[in-house]
Design a protein around this ligand. Sequence first.
Ligand SMILES: *Cc1c(COP(=O)(O)O)cnc(C)c1O
Length: 952
Amino acid sequence: MSQDKFIERHVGPGEGDLAQMLSVIGTKSVDELIAQVVPAAIRLKKPLALPREGMSEHEFAARIRQIGRKNKLYRSLIGMGYYGTATPAAIVRNVFENPAWYTSYTPYQAEISQGRLEALLNFQTAVVSMTGMEVSNCSLLDEATAAAEAMLMMFALRSRDAVREGRNVLFVDENIFPQTLDLLLTRSEPFGIEIVTDDFSSYAFSGREFGAIVQYPAANGEVRDYDDFAAAAHSRGVLVTAAADILALALLVPPGEWGADIVVGSTQRFGIPMGFGGPHAAYLATKDAYKRHMPGRIIGVSVDRLGNKALRMALQMREQHIKRERATSNICTAQALLASMAGFFAVYHGAEGIRRIALNAHSHAVAVASALEKLGYELTTKNFFDTIEVVADAEKIRVLALERQINFYYADESRVRIAFDELSSTDEANAVIGIFARAAGKKAPVLKKIDERDDDLPASLRRRTPYLTESVFRKYRSETDLMRYIKKLEHRDISLADSMISLGSCTMKLNPAVTMMPLSLSEFADIHPFVPAEQAEGYMEMIDELSSDLAVITGFSAVSLQPNSGATGEYSGLMVIRAYYQSRGQGYRNVALIPASAHGTNPASAAMAGMKTVTVACDERGNIDIDDLRAKAEQHASELCCIMVTYPSTHGVFESRIREIVDIVHDNGGQVYMDGANMNAQVGLTNPGYIGADVCHLNLHKTFAIPHGGGGPGVGPICVAAHLAEFLPGHSVVRTGGANGITSVAAAPFGSASILPITYGYIKMLGESGLRRATEMAIVNANYMASALRGEYEVVYTGETGRVGHEMILDLRHFRKEFGVECADIARRLMDYGFHAPTLSFPVHETLMVEPTESEPKAELDRFMQALVQIKRECEEIRDGQADAEDNVVKMAPHTAGEACADAWSHPYGREKAVFPLRWVRENKFFPYVTKIDGGYGDRNLCCTCGSLSEE
Ligand SMILES: *Cc1c(COP(=O)(O)O)cnc(C)c1O
């Protein structure tokens, strides 16, 4: 049977297009072009050791279902940060499975991102409301990471006196999730932060603490009153972070009311499947006074050119691109899609629904607790929300529970924890009671219907203040209403479902539909990350196969899938290098060489790993200045730790002297860290291992087809050479990682495991030949654009043969002088043509970095280039006096439907020119919902909740 080939569907240009494109480029064949682009010295001599031909879409679908069946769908009442939840089907279908939501980019271009910005604002509003705090960011990677970010925030907020006194102790209550403690250990060490774990109720502050972290409710389920503790901490100048279960806050006094300075946690149980550990959105909320120290992104309210309310990302000046090693954190990709979903969950359920869900979990815990006490069991939890801890023979209970296909958490041999949730039912409660009755050799009482109640909680712990009172949380109760609200927001955004998103360095390629489908299967979605290994055999099989495929592709020997973003991958790779040196008695090596052109996360990650960054200059061709590199490597040889190098460079060029760069660093005792963001130009042609690097991270959400989700999820695995394998990160609950592995870098053992089927499928369906072909076509598409634009837009940097790699930087540096137009104006004018702008002013100011990827068809590349050329014509009209210097189509862009259709029109140019600048724009017109946004206004009047959006 002849099978439909995935590669034919994945790559945009067809055979006929390719011939035309090559003739524009001026090469006879793809091979000839590739030979001009990729230096011969680093070209692989043999094909990757993967099956040559890929599976068909249909074969992959069958294979992944077969893998899924090897995961056992037991009911997990394990808790510990991961709970059963019911994702409303309306959210699954309209958001999670909807390419308009999952393929969009981080909302840097705010005017065409108002939909997801509102969804994220809803998330922030829900978090602020539930926690009782004043501001929230719009997601972090997971709860443990959020706790680590809170630790560093409290460290940065130390008073001058505290810094002078050298206060460096973080108090962590011992009743905290083990995965959170583990990550705190990882992240504290490079800063010289000392972690003291003890019982909060008897702890006496020593005067050396700067911060404290407590879990609420505690890991064993107990709800403690932290009032006095917080007061004592504050009186000693110590800040307090609560790691809080957001659902519990529907019933419990929120941390903002008992004095917490920062609140972090996971929003997984707001409708996000457990997914064997992730992805889920974590949150971090704090007081207004600390907002400038917050990590991650914050959505704020501002105004547009016409005075309409408009959303955009606020306080960008804190970010790594501007602050580099002095940034508040290295976080870039976060969990936008999951945050949007959690926000919609709150919108759909509202305060009553969230309270009902919380009461369901709580009431089942109460009912089971009292039944178990009647059976003679002792509970160590007295006041609890949804989790109880029972003194029992853990082994006996485990065996009986497995018979009933139920998982509990076994804290030790005599303590069993049971966590109830949204899905708990009377039958389930009776099953649990039955297990304990059998273990005790007693007859199980049978509960009838369990009533919802919270009157057993002491009044001092019970929440009195209302939450989710904003109108958005009251308006959308029917599915029809919710569906239309989601659709309304969707219409305000540009995603890959509309047009190409040519963001350089971001690789916005096709996210194949068939690879998304397994994510909705229970066999992948509903697995707790801490289930016994034999219940996750499917996951482990896929993880092993994927790890070995990625090792082959990168030329390395071992892989960790734990890091859940590219920046976390960078950090993890550096920490692995650090552990390697420590094991050799060279822990003093702490200098990281970083080229001036590096992505902002590189220096930020190096700083977080405790390294000193030394910047290496680039020459006039954009390549690393070899002389400067040698000088700095030699100067710092005794303490050289590594170089962080992106390849091909962020300038889009395959530096031919990359091997020399590697050798210089190795000769001076350092390791080579390769930032794999540009792996889309390497796969199948060369690889970091072959080039001689020691470790790289990959952005599976770039090169390997995981969608960007409007700013996450991501997966940033690290791949390492043999000598580093033993240091790969471990986990406190599930065995993984190297024999001498560093402590964990994410909350879950395999990070965002549930989205791994996407990359798994991408690789399986392409096979060796398809992977190579995809890379070649990415290079063809980029060079076609660079050649076709010549004379209109010039490329800033090219390789020695005048070619670009898989992306190019278009020079607009003369636009300001010649036309009085800024690069950002061009970006906004592109919106009137229906396009998302390329990467703006990175890594060179006043440029556009264009990365078409292999998935874009020639016709789309042509349309995009026509738009760019037409915009240049519009700029020339300004220069030539045919258009007003200020009031022109470019500087007034984008134009909304409201403005274009208004009775009054004040611009000197026509409406048609404004909104239909080229004929084909009419066929698929996208109207931005707002026009040019005033970012400064929003930063000066920072408002990060939706109370201030018009309440229509
Ligand atoms: C995207 C990118 C990163 C950061 O990756 P995230 O997944 O967003 O954290 C790092 N380096 C380069 C060159 C990138 O393009």
